[in-house]
Design a protein around this ligand. Structure first.
Ligand code: HEM
Length: 501
């Protein structure tokens, strides 16, 4: 470890900490290291330096305030096999291409733009309730269909009425393969030992897999854009984002391929994340019936029984807002956010963060730290009723935010408005409509427990699929859900209905 770097686990000659670097559940290992070496640590991967920040003050200082030099992404060999010239916005290097993509993303995801997407979000949320009413066992795919169809509709003007056999299912399967090859350890450390890149393809499984995923992405991404072009030719526009980008190519400076990739990568970035939040929400409701009942009482008092909630009702539901903040804190969807890279040397206190270092914001460690939260391992929305940030009395809350899970600085998630609207709308709807109970074992009759500590260990942390009973709170509500779904059908008709591209 070079002089001046923050402390960290002892290194081995040449490889540094490569042998200890986590290939899954990175947030847990980072948090253990933070407990031993402090809120800012350095980890060496050969010559590469990785910095992990585990306090809100340091995240604010390094990621938010110094975003001019901490907004790059790591250069990854595997990304170069998958993409041309920074066309994937989330992993694009900081530069003109990323700026053009980000500007376009802002035009569709800003607060004002999201107001225009509300009708589709309301209609899709009606379908989610309807799907759960009719086929409650499909919770996982219904939620995914919801979040992917919202984005596909606003980006490409395509509504997916079902998951099975649709483009959404193809996306889902492509994303799983992508995660598999992009996971740490998914390919040999080519970025550290460039010679490895010359291994012939027949012995390098990761190259074959990357080619397959690249081909699958091209088919999906171009398929979506070609669809919009055909719709324009047929004079059947539906005012979606890609139509606008096609019409204003010079404003964005994006060629056909980059436009296709912008649409596709927005869908990739936005569908899993929102769905994972909603799955965690349901898991927390099943395991905390007292919290569920209290939120339902609040909803019944404010909304009443004879209509379902609309987005702005959230402002009058402080306990539900507390639940949302607590789910973000208790099970952040991306517990280490996404890695940033520095484009210049930076000094933080006595420490050096060298140019080219990769920085992780350890959201998990911050949200699970006893310095900031009482009993951080407990799911307890009440903490957000006592204080805006959920923090314990007297805690140093410099830099603490309720939206740390959306990252920070110039790379902060541009989809947070769309995601937050989806989250508010669906958490209100689901609690208004249903009771979420543990499923009973058919043989023993005992409730099947849900283990909130059981989840996947990648960048996005999925709860292990769980079982639960989803029961409408009354027959009157069930009727209303059916009526609302029927009333939503004309909204869907504005969009193309996807069966197969
Ligand atoms: C609960 C839902 C979501 C969570 C927790 C989430 C979280 C994140 C995080 C942590 C990052 C990295 C930020 C950083 O580097 O500092 C990110 C980036 C990104 N997100 Fe989200 N996100 C969510 C929903 C969405 C949605 C709905 C969209 C779009 C429709 C979206 C689009 C993106 C894009 C395009 C990036 C890359 C930004 C860049 O690198 O400049 N996200 N998100």
């Amino acid at each position: 470890r070079e002089r001046g770097l923050p402390p960290g686990p002892p290194t081995f000659p040449l490889i540094g900490n490569l042998h200890q670097f986590p290939t899954s559940f990175a947030h847990l290992k980072f948090t253990k290291w933070a407990q031993v070496y402090g809120d800012i640590i350095s980890v060496k991967l050969g010559p590469q330096t990785v910095i992990v920040l585990s306090s809100p003050r340091l995240v604010h200082e390094c990621i938010d305030l110094r975003s001019a030099t901490t907004s790059d992404r790591p250069s990854l060999h595997i990304a170069k096999l998958l993409y041309d010239d920074n066309e994937e916005i989330a992993i694009a290097r900081y530069g003109p291409t990323w700026k053009a993509l980000r500007r376009a993303a802002h035009d569709i995801l800003s607060h004002e733009a999201c107001m225009k997407h509300l009708p589709i979000q309301h209609a899709e949320a009606s379908q989610l309730m309807y799907d759960l009413l009719e086929r409650p066992k499909g919770l996982y795919t219904h939620i995914y269909r919801y979040s992917a169809s919202v984005i596909l509709s606003v980006v490409a003007g395509i509504h997916c009425p079902r998951f099975e056999g649709s483009i959404i299912e193809d996306f889902d399967s492509m994303i799983r393969q992508l995660e598999y090859i992009m996971r740490p350890g998914g390919s040999p450390p080519v970025d550290l030992i460039p010679l490895l890149k010359h291994i012939p393809s027949r012995w390098a499984l990761w190259k074959t897999k990357a080619r397959e995923v690249r081909a699958a992405q091209e088919k999906l991404f171009f398929g979506i854009l070609d669809h919009c072009v055909d719709r324009i030719k047929r004079d059947e526009r539906n005012d979606c984002f890609l139509e606008y980008v096609l019409d204003h190519q010079s404003r964005y400076g994006l060629d056909y391929r980059k436009m296709a990739y912008l649409g596709g990568t927005l869908l990739m970035a936005g569908s899993d994340t929102t769905a994972v939040f909603l799955r965690w929400f349901v898991a927390c409701m099943v395991t905390h019936p007292d919290v569920q009942m209290r939120a339902q009482q609040e909803i019944d008092e404010i909304i009443g029984l004879d209509r379902s909630p609309v987005l702005n009702n959230i402002e009058r539901l402080p306990y539900l807002r507390a639940i949302i903040n607590e789910v973000h804190r208790f099970r952040p969807v991306t517990p280490t956010a996404m890695p940033h890279t520095t484009t210049a040397d930076e000094r933080v206190g006595d420490f050096l963060i060298p140019k080219g270092a990769t920085i992780f914001m350890n959201v998990w460690a911050i949200y699970h730290h006893e310095d900031y939260f009482d009993n951080p391992e407990l799911f307890d929305p009440e903490r957000y009723m006592r204080s805006e940030l959920g923090a314990k009395p007297g805690a140093d809350t410099t830099g603490l935010r309720n939206d740390l899970g959306f990252g920070g600085g110039r790379r902060i998630c541009p989809g947070s408005n769309l995601a937050s609207n989806s989250i508010s709308l669906n958490t209100m709807n689901l609690l208004w409509a249903f009771r979420f109970l543990p499923r009973k074992d058919e043989v023993t009759g005992f409730p099947i427990p849900i283990d909130l500590n059981s989840y996947t260990g990648g960048l996005v942390v999925f709860p292990t699929p769980f079982q639960c009973e989803i029961i409408p709170r009354s027959e009157a509500k069930a009727d209303l859900i059916r009526e609302q779904f029927t009333a939503a059908l004309p909204t869907f008709e504005l969009f193309e209905q996807h069966t197969s591209l």
